[in-house]
Design a binder for this molecule. Structure first.
Ligand code: PA5
Length: 356
């Protein structure tokens, strides 16, 4: 680990560590969202599915870097959707699924066994099934069944670096989400601006993403989000710390953490942990009050807390602005630690062993 973060301003070191170009993939989030949304909107689907907003339930199934798209979609749709939304991360389609249930099976590679298992069950139950992938077995199965498929570009180096495509492809699908295309376009523009602010060229002194990575240093991140919009973002930060920076990380959300986690912090237990608090102006007023009090309590128990704030005015902008910040921070942390952020050798080995 390079101390102090100065190494992040050294382009040759960045290039030597980030060999597969995760930083540039991260910077493409805005463009991906735009493209994914267009692809989702233009996906053809059977007329008998009727009103695009009416389904008895919506299930978004997927794992890891694809599964997080389901969490994001649920958080975005929570205040709009007329159907209950379930995120399924595993082998089983929820028992309530019927032929009127809209099931998105999301796998960037198209080859994830849990997603393929859910696809089979959704077909067997004649659900309104939409596959979302950049190829793989999932696309082959969908094509053979003349099913509805959102075909994503395959240019992201890893599924977790394809979140814009994945989320755009689902929320854009037949206008499932209320925001008009202008909101998506505005979000994509904001993400492009933020990427320019946080890219490697911008020096430590005026680059928030580098600053947060250096501040975390060797400590274990604990990411606090809040009910609703920033719940999936806290999980995303945690997952990106695991997969990009190759470190353990944890997450929780307010108000729930006020009912358990706060009891666990003391100068002894707080050693080596640093809290990132994700904030946005649309928090429930009591959550905002709780944040102030919880940070005060945590600080007096010896935890260092750093707040980071969402940008933009719409929920879509706020959610994605903090996703982007976490993506940059975790990548910079990987560079500081001298590990290539892109490959996930342990995960790859695990998948390989399960395949044998
Ligand atoms: O980020 C990753 O590489 C993983 O978390 C994958 O997303 C996960 O293993 C599932 O693969 P896929 O997204 O291709 O379905």
């Amino acid at each position: 680990m390079t101390k102090g973060g100065a190494a992040l301003d050294d382009p040759s070191r960045t290039a030597a560590v980030d060999r597969s170009g995760m930083l540039s993939a991260v910077a493409g989030l805005g463009g991906q969202l735009r493209r994914g949304w267009d692809l989702g909107r233009s996906a053809a689907c059977p007329r008998e599915w009727g009103d695009p907003q009416r389904h008895d339930a919506i299930v978004v199934a997927g794992m890891g870097g694809s599964g997080i798209a389901g969490d994001v979609v649920r958080a975005l749709l929570r205040d709009h959707a007329r159907s209950c939304i379930e995120v399924s991360k595993g082998y089983a389609l929820p028992a309530f699924s019927t032929p009127e249930t809209l099931v998105f099976v999301v796998s960037y590679s198209g080859d994830t066994e849990e997603a393929l298992a859910v696809y089979e069950q959704a077909q067997a139950r004649r659900c309104r099934t939409v596959t979302v992938s950049a190829g793989g077995r999932l696309r082959e199965l969908a094509e053979a069944a003349h099913g509805v498929h959102v075909d994503l570009p395959a240019d992201a180096p890893m599924p977790r670096a394809a979140l814009g495509y994945l989320v755009g492809g689902v929320v854009g699908f037949r206008g499932l989400m209320e925001p008009d295309p202008q909101e998506v376009a505005a979000t994509a523009r904001l993400l492009d601006e933020l990427a320019a602010r946080w890219e490697a060229r911008e020096p430590m002194g005026r680059n928030e993403a580098k600053g947060v990575a250096a501040w975390l240093g060797e400590r274990t991140p604990l990411v606090w989000g809040s009910e609703g919009l920033l719940e999936p973002v806290a999980l995303r930060w945690k997952n990106q710390m695991n997969e990009n920076a190759k470190i353990p990380a944890f997450w929780s959300v307010l108000p729930e953490l006020d009912h358990n986690e706060v009891e666990g912090w003391s100068p002894d237990t707080a050693k080596g942990v640093a809290v990132i608090a994700l904030r946005h102006p649309g928090e429930h007023p009591r959550v905002a009050e709780r944040f102030a009090l919880t940070i005060e309590l945590a600080s007096s128990a010896g935890l260092e807390v750093r707040e980071v704030h969402a940008e933009g005015s719409s929920p879509l902008e706020r959610l994605f602005s903090l996703v982007l910040l976490g993506d940059f921070v975790s990548t910079y942390l990987a560079i500081l630690r001298g590990v290539d952020p892109t490959p996930v050798p342990v995960l790859t080995d695990l998948k390989e062993r399960l395949r044998r």
